[in-house]
Design a protein around this ligand. Structure first.
Ligand code: ADE
Length: 417
């Protein structure tokens, strides 16, 4: 097997420059890197990764290597790799497989390459690596200490595997760290998904009707940012609690079939399939833009749109026009993660915490080899909390401390009014 398969190794210098620039926004990871350099907790450990290969991910690889790990990495989405980051990693001798615009064939071949590296630890974003390892290479599972999963969709899949008795090693749900989903999903997706839509379409958000499909952590973040940019936000939901929250956050909530007729911009953030069925495109306004910020590209029924369209054309990079029912409907980023397909993904500052969670998860798995239960587990709360403390420290923010009297009060039950 070749050591790398990337677009252009000559982009390595550009990748290095981007990482050097981003390090200012990655202080928590840098602290972990310095500790790993001194303590070398990952010597002898092979880490196999399927993540979006970006500037921040390349730095996470640097952190793991500083700890003594050997790393092989592939992309977790055919459109999300940043070619300069891939080149940087390959130039440093990391087994790196990914380029922006991968064919489906290459996408799965690259995952296979990482599996053939025989990792002791897997880091996944979306569960494709863990899935293929279990389905096609079960004989390599004995080699694996554990894994960590970055995203909500991946955790849903792991839980389904666990329920079916198919999951064979401990998987840390990194996404469920407070310091991951409360920041990366909310502020990261909130900003980067809109960034992707703007870069793809160059459209003014102010005055538009912006439909957010799904009001989880990501949906809440996107709705808040769209509102801040002057859009009128409509939320569609299937769950009463987030729907109610959306109402009290000042958004209109309605069924998708009604929102379809009103929206100028539609963004899916549900983790579910065909939440924008193609038939609704017939009722949408001329010029409507559809985009997805959920993990997989099946939230918008793109094949259905293709069937309905009488014309199709790429009017701007990764921005397709479909002529349906005498109207132009646009789709950004082929319905794949718009923040990574059409922009650069989340800003470094939030990934600082998400990837600190991944680095600490790897260390935790190694330290607790053989002691963890098989299934989806959480990173211990103290480690999650430590990430928040480190982030605040790097921001120069201090906290108050409870007085002795307050501590006693909080631990007592006798004192009332
Ligand atoms: N997920 C969202 N944004 C990302 C980024 N910049 N790098 C890696 N994973 C991401």
């Amino acid at each position: 097997m070749e050591n790398y398969c990337i677009k252009d190794i000559n982009l390595a210098e550009k990748g290095k420059k981007n990482i050097s620039y981003s390090i200012k926004e990655l202080p928590v990871l840098t602290k972990i890197k310095e500790r790993f350099e001194a303590e070398k907790p990952l010597v002898g450990i092979k880490v196999g990764m399927a993540l979006h290969i970006t500037t921040e991910t390349a730095y996470l690889v640097d952190v793991l290597v500083a700890g003594g790990a050997e790393v092989a990495i592939c992309s977790c989405n055919p459109l999300s790799s940043q070619d300069d980051s891939c080149a940087y990693l390959a130039s440093k001798g990391i087994k790196c497989f990914g380029y922006k615009g991968e064919t489906k064939e290459d996408y799965y071949k690259f995952i296979e390459n990482v599996i053939k590296f025989k990792p002791h630890i897997t880091i996944d974003d979306g569960c494709d690596l863990v899935n293929m390892l279990h389905e096609k290479y079960p004989e390599l599972i004995a080699n694996v200490i554990g894994g960590a999963e970055e995203t909500t969709t991946g955790i849903q899949r792991l839980q389904a595997m666990q329920k079916a008795g198919a999951l064979k090693y401990p998987m840390i749900a990194t996404n469920d760290n407070f310091t991951k989903h409360m920041f990366d999903n909310h502020y990261g997706t909130g900003q980067s998904a809109i960034d992707g839509i703007i870069r793809a379409s160059n459209i003014l958000i102010a005055g538009k009707t912006f439909v957010v499909v799904g009001y989880g952590d990501c949906g809440k973040g996107v709705a808040k940012r769209a509102q801040g940019l002057g859009a009128r936000v409509i939320v569609t939901e299937i769950d009463a609690n987030p729907a109610l929250q959306a109402v009290l956050d000042g958004h209109r909530v309605m069924k998708f079939c009604d929102a379809a007729k009103e929206g100028d911009i539609f963004l899916t953030v549900t983790g579910n399939k065909h939440v924008i069925p193609a038939e609704f495109a017939k009722t949408m306004r001329d010029g409507a833009i559809l985009a997805n910020a959920g993990h997989f590209d099946n939230e918008i029924d793109i094949n259905g749109l293709k069937e309905l369209a009488t014309e199709m054309e790429e009017v701007r990079p990764l921005f397709m026009r479909y002529r349906i029912n005498d109207r132009d409907i646009f789709v950004a980023g082929e319905g794949r993660l718009v923040n990574l397909a059409c922009a650069e993904g989340h800003p470094s500052s939030v990934l600082d915490m998400s990837f600190a969670g991944q680095a600490l998860a790897v260390e935790f798995l190694v330290k607790n080899k053989g002691k963890l239960e098989v299934g989806v587990i959480n990173l211990p709360k103290e480690l999650d909390y430590k990430i928040a403390e480190m982030k605040l420290q790097t921001l120069g923010i201090e906290l108050d401390q409870l007085t002795k009297e307050q501590l006693e009060y909080l631990n007592s039950w006798q004192e009332g009014t």
